[in-house]
Design a protein around this ligand. Structure first.
Ligand SMILES: C[S@@+](CC[C@H](N)C(=O)[O-])C[C@H]1O[C@@H](n2cnc3c(N)ncnc32)[C@H](O)[C@@H]1O
Length: 254
């Protein structure tokens, strides 16, 4: 039967790729890559470099597909995301059908780890639930951007015996989670952080983690928020895109 491998490739540093991922890369006949436009070309190039570096031989190919555009202006966020996901599901189903032979192996190179803010596992499950395709699939874990962030700042993710919350910039903009003291924020277009400047938070911020463009800032949020905003703007102008992650840590109350 056909097989799909959903391979976590780490957050940007080629050395994040695990030995399990390298073994998986070497089984793949066809890599499916979504082309998300010019801002993500660097990420596609990084994926190709990983393949060139770790795959022995050249008996594999890349299929690049334009990613369905998500309606980013629609006020109905949930519906827009559902619609976009349905289009992606159709597309992936067709690719598996068209591009893989009876015993072919398809691969998705997923940034960080496939379990964290990545829709591919759900899409693959949706395809299987439709019942038109027959294939097995495996998930290969990867180093997340959260782990890359904490390692570069040399901090622990949680404080002793305490929980951690992972959220998005969109949700953070609605307020700092009431019950949480340590919050990791991903997928922030800058707006979430701008709403946060308050007196009792420390921030550990990282952009382009694991890559030569990596940027790191840490300190009391009220002191470093301006610097982070400026670095974000400059980097976005220079490169055309930015990926950043940060940990907000409430200072202990006395
Ligand atoms: C769609 S999510 C994918 C997360 C990924 N699955 C992971 O495990 O890290 C994209 C978000 O991950 C974060 N991210 C991914 N790679 C990053 C990197 N190299 N540096 C900083 N943030 C990164 C950013 O918050 C970005 O908005």
């Amino acid at each position: 039967v056909k097989k799909l491998l959903l391979i976590g490739i780490g957050a940007g540093h080629p050395d994040h790729v695990t030995i399990q991922a390298i073994k998986a890369l070497n089984q793949v006949d066809v890599f499916f890559v979504m082309d998300k436009g010019p801002d993500a070309r660097d990420l596609t190039a990084a994926r190709r470099q990983i393949c060139e570096r770790y795959i022995e031989g050249s008996a594999y190919r890349f299929v690049e597909i334009p990613d369905p555009r998500r309606d980013r202006v629609s006020p109905a966020y949930r519906e827009a995301v559902d619609d976009w996901r349905r289009q992606r599901t159709d597309l992936y189903e067709q690719l598996i059908d068209d591009q893989l032979g009876t015993d072919g192996c398809g691969g998705f190179l997923l940034w960080g780890d496939p379990s964290l803010y990545d829709g591919t596992i759900q899409i693959v499950e949706d395809i299987l639930a439709r019942g038109n395709s027959d294939f097995d699939y495996e998930v290969i874990p990867g180093i997340t951007s959260v782990q890359a962030l904490t390692a570069q700042h040399r901090i622990t993710l949680n404080r002793v015996g305490r929980p951690v919350q992972i959220t998005t910039g969109r949700l953070l903009a609605e307020g700092f989670p009431a019950e949480a003291d340590d919050v990791v924020v991903m997928l922030d277009n800058g707006h979430g952080l701008q709403t946060m400047v308050g007196p009792d938070l420390d921030i550990y911020w990282g952009a382009y983690l694991g890559t030569p463009d990596e940027l790191l800032v840490a300190g009391p949020l009220e002191e470093v928020a301006g610097e982070i905003e400026q670095l974000r703007q400059e980097a976005k102008t220079r490169k055309g895109w930015i990926m950043d992650t940060y940990l907000l840590r409430r200072r202990p109350r006395h």
